[in-house]
Structure formats: C-alpha cells, structure tokens
Design a binder for this molecule. Structure first.
Ligand code: RUB
Length: 307
C-alpha cells in the first residue's frame, strides 16, 4: 500500500498500535520507492521526503513511527544514483519489518520469565509486545488468568481479549474503573509502549499511569514490553512528546450532552519511571533509568544533534 493510503489508515486507526504503524509506514515507503517512475534522483528524494512527511503527520505520539521512517530513509540524501537509492530504501524497509517481528519473540521469552506458575496478569489497551509475553508465559503453563481492561474510549481491550482467548489464555475483560478493585489479586501487569523518553517516562494508552499507580500501591510488579524502536532519541535532544487528542465522537454520541459541555479526549498519558519495575526489550530486561543508554547504543550519540 502507498504512503497516502497508509497515512489515512493510520489516522483513522484502521491500522493501530505503535509497532504496527511503524511497520506499515516502512512498507509504504518501500512501495513508494518501487513505484517511482522517473529517472532523476532529486525527484526521487523529493517524492520520498513528501511521503515521509505524510506518514509522520498521521499520528503524533508514537516514536516508533518516526524511528521506523528514519531507519528506512537513513543515508538516502548521500546517494547520488536512483537505482542505488531505491534499492537502499527497499532493503532498509525489509530489515526494519523483520527486526520488529523478531523482537516480539525475544520480548515474549524474557517477559515470561518474570512470572511464576499460577499467575494472574493484567494488561491495558492492545499491545502486541505485552500479549507476546503473556502468551509465551501461558505456553509455559504459568498463566492462570489474564485480565484485559476495556481501554475506553476506543475499546482496544476487546481486541486484546480476542487475541488472548484465541491463544488459549483464560481471559477476563473488565471496565477500566474496575482496575483497583482487582489489583490486590494480580501478580504482574504487562503493558506496551508508544514512546519511552530519555528520562525513563513511559508514554502509552490513556489510563496506563493509573494502572501503574495502583500496581505500585498494591506492590504488584509493573512491566513495560517495548522494542528498542519505542525509545525516543528526540526526547534526548529535549523534545516534548505530543499527546494526541482525538475527536469527541469517540466518547459521546451527538446530543448526549449539551453543546456547552467540552469533551476532552487525550488518548495517551505519561507514567513516571518510579512506577515501572522493568522494561522488557528484545536486547534485554532493563530498568527505566537505562533509557538514555539504550538510546545512545541504538541510535548513536549523534542522534542528539538532530533538528
Ligand atoms: C495502542 C497502545 C499500545 C502501544 C503498544 O494505542 O497504546 O499499548 O501502541 O502496542 P492505539 P504494540 O490503539 O491508540 O494505537 O506493543 O502493539 O506496539
């Protein structure tokens, strides 16, 4: 699928989840590179930069999208020959997609080690990385029950309940406001990440910080399952993460409240590192305070000099 259509599918959330939007953006850039009809390298670079801009504008919060398109187009401006540039984009996109898929298996294996047999685990929203850990732990006979939060307003918890039960995991679906009521009986919480900042702050689906606070209060370990491309080099250069706000129609139907009532629909929130026990990445289990080192090792010290 080409960039314009992919950007629209990401904006409308037909394609969603931080890793999946990054993968689809990488594939779209590959398609654009393959479809470029003319012979001039300058036109190719302009077209690729246009596609990149369109994809980046589709959703603002997940750094995976930015890391994905940067990975695919890295070095393009130094190439002087069209076929070499095309080949490079295609190769980079294939590498990114494969690495991101392989990462899930590692995260699953490492995440599963954090559980003992008979565990009850909770998850929020619909994170393929968190689900990988729960499903692997279940395969090892460690999961007694998984609890999926509904995740209003978009209700990604329904997707999670389906994913988990399809994998054979005994699953319970709860409304978000039932989290504290259940927390005392939970052995671990696994969530995903849209962005991990250089100071260890986690940005994930709205409500994640409430889960973390309640887990902290109940002394329940809180784990973040995140591929290294969820870490943000941009925050290392001081950038703030933009929290996406979506349409009021995701929360209410027309006429349910007077038009004087403001509807506010922020869809991500920030969890401080002190509520996070570990971040489970494909290269190891690390404390949130290691975010800076992960960014330097994965993206290079030079990444802080970006615009
Ligand atoms: C999805 C969400 C997920 C992360 C991680 O939000 O917050 O927890 O993106 O997902 P939305 P994954 O539905 O608004 O995209 O582990 O699959 O990358």
């Amino acid at each position: 699928m080409r960039a314009k259509e992919t950007a629209e599918r990401i904006r409308s959330m037909e394609v969603r989840g931080a890793a999946e939007i990054a993968r689809q953006a990488a594939i779209a850039l590959k398609e654009e590179a393959l479809a470029y009809p003319e012979m001039d390298i300058q036109g190719f670079k302009l077209a690729m930069n246009g596609s990149k801009g369109m994809l980046l504008a589709s959703r603002p919060t997940a750094i995976s999208l930015w890391n994905g398109v940067e990975f695919v187009t890295k070095g393009m401006n130094d190439v002087q020959e069209l076929e070499a540039a095309r080949e490079m984009i295609v190769k980079n996109a294939d590498i990114f997609v494969k690495r991101s898929q392989d990462a899930l298996a590692n995260i699953g294996k490492m995440g599963a080690k954090r559980l003992r047999p008979g565990s009850r685990v909770m998850t929020h929203c619909n994170s393929k990385a968190a689900i990988a850990a729960i499903v692997e732990a279940h395969r090892q006979g460690k999961v007694k029950e998984a609890i999926a939060t509904e995740s209003r307003p978009w209700r990604q918890g329904i997707l999670t309940a389906n994913d988990l039960s399809e994998a054979g995991v005994p699953t319970t679906l709860i409304v978000d406001s039932a989290v504290r009521h259940l927390m005392k009986d939970i052995d671990a919480v696994f969530v995903g990440a849209d962005t991990i900042c250089s100071n260890g702050v986690l940005i994930n689906k709205i409500g994640t910080s409430q889960l973390a606070l309640m887990a902290h209060e109940a002394r329940v370990p809180f784990y973040v399952c995140a591929e290294t491309f969820k870490f943000s080099p941009k925050t290392m250069s001081g950038d703030m993460v933009e929290i996406e706000e979506r349409d009021a129609t995701e929360i209410i139907k027309p006429g349910e409240v007077p038009s004087s009532v403001r509807i506010f629909n922020p869809v991500f929130d920030a969890t401080p590192p002190e509520y996070i026990d570990s971040i489970i990445t494909e290269i190891g289990v690390v404390p949130p305070y290691a975010a800076y080192e992960i960014i330097v090792s994965e993206f290079g010290q030079g990444s802080i000099f970006m615009e």
